[in-house]
Design a protein around this ligand. Structure first.
Ligand code: FAD
Ligand code: NAD
Length: 461
């Protein structure tokens, strides 16, 4: 039984930087990874998808280049094997950087294998072609992330369906891609393959796409995707799936009506479940909820003293930046004896459709539920000088402003550079700036950001 000061299970976006920080403080640290260093974000999440989405944006720009007076001869050709290779090279570069940074810390031991608890602070690591390792840790950090959920639709297990991981290595463009789920993964990937040449159909049981968002935001997302040729069925539940080996047939129920759709490929993008089933948490006092998420308090401590959880394995928004921020909270509280709460943080996010949806703070729906008195500032991207000049007028900027304090409660920016504009408003919220200050703040002309002035001027009307 080898003893460590810290054992980190999973090399995700929280565990990896935490390992480095703890090791730098002189703690003997084990980082256990069953698959690839860097976890989901680097290997099959943010990095590969955003690399490929950038290629699809180029394809789209070329297809529409005549809008800018640039004419190309005939049809364009999409080289998917090259796009996949480019993506793989970026992923490998990022993964290599992680390995290098971990190897630079003498107090870190990287262990490749699957970790399970064998006691409260005891871990067994099963390794390929090697005997299992038995470890003991003063502190244990669970950073095991999440994996695709596959809904129990009759017939689905007879289909060779794709997940957000397996689709990334396909080198043939699906002719007709059915996407289950109209949220981040379904829409980012749906648009990616639509732009590369697939005919994409999205099936979403919710009343509208991106169900957490306000209806006006979801409506713009839908319109822009439909304009690119995507077919979208909302309020639609798949009831049966079958295949004859070539064509996939899916029955869907929409209210009282039934439809049948067909496709050549199926992508399952119906959410993710925490990877806790194999951890044998029953050997500890760590409690999980009914979905398998590790329960933590606002300091990310589990019910078992000395065991923490960070990232997607705990309930709440599942984003890379949340997992990264989780490690900062744990580090500052544990090592620097601070008392930072997860409740104090604002969580921004960005859906990388094109154009992007940048979000921070409350939606209109949430502000109403909280009963805040608020005003809504809305500015169409077709009123933004920069957007008109560049030819990117789809979408709008929307911000909620507290009627009494004039502070920003939340914002949704659907439009070119939507994530970047949202981040400016996030900074304004963090700095407690008022809408009036933003209305008169000097921004460089003609940036998209300059239209933050105009956004808040709409409140004067
Ligand atoms: C297609 C896709 C696109 C995404 N795009 C974005 C985006 O643009 N922006 C964004 O913010 N987020 C995005 N996300 C979400 C983001 O990837 C995750 O929120 C983030 O990676 C979570 O990190 P984590 O630290 O919780 O764990 P992960 O990165 O999931 O890492 C967990 C690691 O633990 C390992 N592990 C699990 N169990 C064990 C065990 N028993 N023993 C040893 N190792 C184990 C796993 O192999 C994995 O490497 C995307 C996700 C997907 C799937
Ligand atoms: N840009 C980003 O930040 C980004 C990008 C991709 C993924 N992610 C993260 O990855 C996680 C997973 O993303 P996701 O889009 O898979 O999950 P999600 O939980 O956001 O959405 C799942 C969608 O699938 C639908 N659904 C559920 N059951 C269904 C069924 N039987 N048939 C059809 N649709 C069904 C749901 O109504 C929902 O709209 C998210 O939590 C997100 O945080 C983030």
């Amino acid at each position: 039984m080898e003893k460590f000061d810290a054992i980190i299970i999973g090399s995700g976006q929280g565990g990896t930087p935490l390992a480095r920080k703890l090791a730098k403080k002189g703690m003997k640290t084990a980082l256990i990874e069953k698959r690839l260093l860097g976890g989901t974000c680097i290997n099959d999440g943010c990095t590969p998808t955003k690399s490929m989405i950038s290629c699809a944006k180029v394809a789209n720009t070329i297809q529409h280049s005549s809008s800018w007076g640039i004419h190309t001869e005939g049809d364009i050709t999409v080289d998917l094997p090259f796009i996949v290779l480019r993506k793989n090279e970026i992923v490998q570069r990022f993964r290599h950087n992680i390995l290098r940074s971990l190897e630079a810390e003498p107090n870190i031991r990287i262990i490749h294998g699957q970790a399970t608890f064998s006691g409260v602070k005891k871990i067994t690591v099963t390794q390929q072609e090697k005997p299992p390792l038995e470890l003991e840790g003063t502190y244990i950090f669970i950073n095991t992330g999440a994996a695709t959920t596959v809904p129990e639709i009759p017939g689905i297990h007879q289909i060779n369906y794709l997940t957000s991981t397996t689709i990334l290595d396909m080198t043939v463009i699906p002719k007709e891609l059915i996407v289950l789920g109209g949220s981040y993964i379904g829409l980012e990937m749906g648009q990616l393959y639509q732009r590369l040449g697939s005919h994409v159909t999205v099936i979403e049981p919710g009343m509208h796409l991106v169900s957490r968002e306000d209806e006006d935001v979801a409506a713009v997302v839908r319109k822009m995707l439909e304009e690119e040729g995507m077919k979208i069925h909302t309020s639609s539940e798949p009831s049966n799936i079958s295949t004859d080996g070539t064509t996939i047939t899916m029955d869907i129920i929409s209210g009282t009506s039934r439809k049948t759709i067909t496709g050549t490929h199926l992508l399952v993008a119906t959410g993710r479940r925490p990877q806790t089933a194999d951890l044998q948490l029953n050997k500890t006092n760590v409690t999980i909820d009914e979905h398998g998420f590790v329960q933590v308090n606002d300091h990310l401590e589990t019910s078992c003293p000395g065991i923490f959880a960070l990232g997607d394995v705990k309930p709440g928004p599942a984003f890379t930046h949340v997992s990264y921020n989780d490690h900062l909270i744990i580090y500052h509280n544990l090592i620097e004896k601070k008392s930072i709460s997860t409740l104090a943080r604002q969580i921004p996010y960005c859906m990388f459709t094109d154009p992007q949806l940048g979000r921070i703070g409350l939606s209109e729906k949430e502000a109403n539920q909280k009963g805040y008195p608020f005003k809504v500032a809305v500015l169409g991207m077709d009123k933004v000088a920069r957007a008109i000049e560049t030819g990117h007028t789809t979408g709008f900027m929307k911000a909620l402003v507290h009627a009494a304090t004039d502070k920003i409660l939340g914002a949704a920016i659907i439009g070119e550079q939507g994530g970047e504009i949202m981040s400016i408003l996030q900074m304004a919220m963090a700095g407690d700036l008022t809408a009036t200050q933003l209305k008169e703040m000097i921004f460089a002309h003609p940036l998209y950001a300059e239209s933050i002035n105009n956004l808040f001027m709409t409140l004067d009307k």
